[in-house]
Design a protein around this ligand. Structure first.
Ligand code: GLA
Length: 734
């Protein structure tokens, strides 16, 4: 619900458990942030903006206007006029100046949620959500800015975005347009962010927030392996179950910055948006610029509650398409099985064996097109290599279908190899700075997607392959980050638009793809999980989580990913040992149990793995079918983190009706002479009695306990014998 209290000039945005208050102040209509936190009954908190104490508002004390600018809690701070904290917005006017200030002009409260032109965003019907549009202006520049807020009836998230309109007569340049800001009082916060590298994505970091600026960011052209477009400020005592959390997550897949600044008055400014580095957008008179959306979550119930809010929002109001709420086919991908060394016979031999074991889809990974026999060449030549795929693609797909399996294929549409027919024909289609040798990465360049003819050409190449056979799944990869930003089609004063235009074009292409092929299951990927973000989830219901398939490495990766994203979105496969990334040998059973927390599939040569592993596949397949509804739809809870305790990892899913639950426990290294571990379960019904069964350990007899006992007193898990062993525990209401 959103209400405007006219007398007090206060907007009150209410979600089921939170309130967000915005105030209009003084004769100049400054827009201030009043409050974000637990739901309030009244709208009377505008005193929190401290306009009744020095330096007062400019109409009372213009002499100290600069001080006012420097401490007022701005709802959307613009820079250059005396607010010396880092702003969210910056402009270069026709005269070359940067200062701007926004004043409230009008507002409207709309049922539903308007689309954001060209951008992925959360959505909801007129019954499900309400949107506030505040129109503000800088009359000295000739610019309107619209601040957009949406609240949902069934969710505690609030979404924000910003649109800038040039209402003047001349073009100006936007050099920074962040999407959300929270100016709050500082309360001994800690900051949680996600970091990593290739094969080590989204590890959780928590540290104290100190004075000055602290930020996480990417200017790699994608959300990246390294940092993640997520930031949470939490009370230093916040745990999984208790305490305050302010979180932001960016519905965008390109450059971003998430930042917290603690200023001289112990005020904290938390912000998120497109990274201003390398960003400069020319806005002609009459044109507008739409910044992407930020999802904000507040809770006083700890990290589990934050996670639950994000998961529910994304499952219901972000992810789309046929597979959104459906079980995904169990796939087998040939990447780790064969790398580039495969042909029709090899793929069919894998498919034949896999189909006997209950696997439902064969995915042909990198290497099926052009002259691609290694990762040195041929990106852009999206024509089937019939020397390898002898008999043609349709034949292969039909043969796989005859086995009762679906067929999927890999593409890397955004790229071009210097050694490709496409590059030889169109060297100008690669992003590069003229007269400077372009920087290669994995021996490839990035296509200049700011050019419509490039997008159209590539889209048609990809779509033609998909039209040529019964292909039901696409893995859309992106294996290098952007550099050498230069487009031959953009004028000098628009080169700073390339990063954002690139992301818009990726969205446009994927939008086209899911429209033309509505039954396709799309899985995004970027050198593993470098573009695992809400922007991509708008197009694909699942994303490859990491190239690291070792189940122990995966514990930390999947914990960080599941902090924000539903388990239904996490691409997770069972692979062969020694693991190709870390060389670790783990039980096949544990590999299956860890992959069960994601989309589930195999990444191995099923004709070559040890017989005892192969024998376990039908049972794993059955386990997937038995538990996937629960894993996909249930509420996720974190019970123990091996990243923190270095000994074991444990998480739990509980069905919405609380009748069923699954607990996964993974031991890292076993230790001598230890007692069983006591774990406190979560999310159960206090008065319900549950039968507790150790699914993969028949020696432990099923027992019945109440939800109350299991949550308060806990459950004992016997130490498994051996390293990297895992335990799956099912709970059923009796
Ligand atoms: C990326 C993906 C892998 C695989 C290779 C193919 O690294 O993450 O799964 O598809 O590309 O080149």
């Amino acid at each position: 619900m959103i209400t405007f209290y006219e007398k007090d000039r206060v907007f009150k945005l209410d979600t089921p458990h939170t309130s967000y208050l915005i105030g209009i102040v003084d004769e100049e209509n400054f827009i201030g942030h009043i409050y974000y936190g637990k739901r309030l009954k009244e709208s009377e908190a505008s005193y929190l903006m401290r306009t009744g104490e020095p330096p007062f508002v400019p109409s009372q004390n213009n002499r100290e206007r600069c001080s006012f600018h420097d401490c007022f809690p701005f709802e959307y701070p613009t820079g250059g006029l005396g607010d010396y904290r880092e702003s969210c917005f910056s402009i270069r006017t026709p005269g070359g100046h940067v200062g701007s200030m926004l004043a409230y002009v009008s507002h409207e409260i709309i049922a539903g949620k308007p689309l954001l032109a060209g951008l992925p965003a959360t959505f909801g019907s007129e019954q499900e959500c309400t949107t506030l549009r505040i129109v503000c202006e800088d009359k000295y520049i000739g610019m309107q800015v619209e601040l957009l807020y949406t609240v949902f009836a069934d969710n505690d998230a609030i979404t924000r975005s910003v649109k800038v309109i040039n209402t003047g007569k001349e073009a100006f340049y936007l050099t920074k347009v962040l999407s959300a800001c929270l100016d709050m009082d500082y309360r001994d916060y800690e900051m949680i962010s996600l970091h990593g590298s290739w094969a080590r994505e989204r590890h959780i970091q928590r540290k104290a927030l100190g004075y000055g600026i602290q930020s996480v960011s990417s200017y790699r052209g994608e959300s990246s392996h390294q940092d993640h477009p997520f930031l949470a400020l939490v009370d230093k005592n916040t745990t999984q179950e208790h305490g305050e959390v302010y979180a932001m997550n960016f519905v965008y897949s390109g450059n971003f910055r998430a930042q917290a600044e603690v200023s001289q008055f112990d005020l904290v400014r938390m912000s998120m948006g497109i990274h201003p580095e390398h960003f400069c957008w020319k806005l002609e008179a009459g044109e507008s610029f739409q910044a992407p959306e930020v999802v904000m979550v507040y809770t006083d119930q700890g990290l589990d509650a934050m996670t639950g809010t994000f998961h529910k929002l994304y499952k219901k109001h972000l992810i789309r398409g046929e597979y959104k709420d459906k079980k995904r086919p169990i796939l087998i991908n040939n990447w780790e099985a064969t790398y580039f060394d495969f042909n029709t016979e090899k793929l069919l031999s894998i498919a034949k064996e896999a189909s006997k074991l209950g696997i439902e889809m064969l995915v042909m990974d990198d290497g099926w097109f052009g002259k691609r026999s290694s990762d040195n060449c041929a990106l852009g030549d999206w024509k089937v290599n019939e020397e390898k795929i002898n008999g043609g693609l349709k034949y292969l797909v039909d043969e796989v279908n005859k086995l009762g399996m679906k067929f999927g294929i890999w593409f890397e549409p955004e790229m071009i190899s210097p050694d490709s027919d496409l590059y030889r024909a169109h060297p100008d289609w690669a992003i590069a700075i003229p007269n400077r040798p372009a920087t290669e990465s994995r021996q490839q360049y990035v296509l200049d997607l700011s050019r419509k003819e490039v997008v159209d050409y590539i889209y048609e190449m990809v779509a033609n392959v998909l039209r040529s056979a019964n292909i039901e799944y696409v893995k859309w990869d992106m294996n290098r980050q952007l550099s050498d930003l230069g487009s031959l089609s953009l004028p000098a004063d628009r080169q700073g638009e390339l990063y954002h235009r690139y992301v818009l074009a990726v969205y446009e292409m994927q939008g086209r793809l899911v429209k033309e092929f509505p039954h396709l299951l799309l899985e995004n990927c970027s050198g593993g999980g470098a573009r695992f973000d809400p922007g991509m989830l708008y197009f694909s219901p699942q994303i490859w989580c990491s190239d690291d398939t070792d189940p122990i490495e995966r514990l930390e990766i999947q914990e960080g990913t599941a902090l924000i994203y539903p388990l239904s979105t996490m691409g997770a496969h069972v692979s062969d040992c020694p693991n190709h990334t870390v060389g670790r040998v783990t039980p096949f059973e544990t590999r299956g149990i860890v992959a069960l927390a994601g989309t589930f599939g195999y990444e191995l040569d099923v004709t070559k793995i040890p017989q005892e592993d192969r024998d376990m596949i039908p049972a794993q397949v059955a386990m997937y079918h038995k538990y996937n509804d629960l894993v996909r739809e249930g509420d996720y809870y974190r019970i123990a983190s091996c990243a923190q305790n270095h000994k074991f990892d444990c998480w739990q899913v509980v069905s919405e009706d609380k009748q069923q639950s699954l607990v996964t426990y993974v031991q890292v290294l076993n230790r001598a002479n230890f007692k069983s571990k006591r774990i406190l379960l979560k999310g159960l019904e206090v008065d319900t009695r549950y039968q507790v069964q150790f699914v993969n350990d028949e020696k432990v007899e099923p027992k019945v306990y109440s939800g109350d006992t299991l949550m308060k007193a806990g459950l004992l898990v016997p130490n498994p014998w051996g390293d990297f062993r895992s335990v799956l525990i099912e709970l059923k209401a009796v």
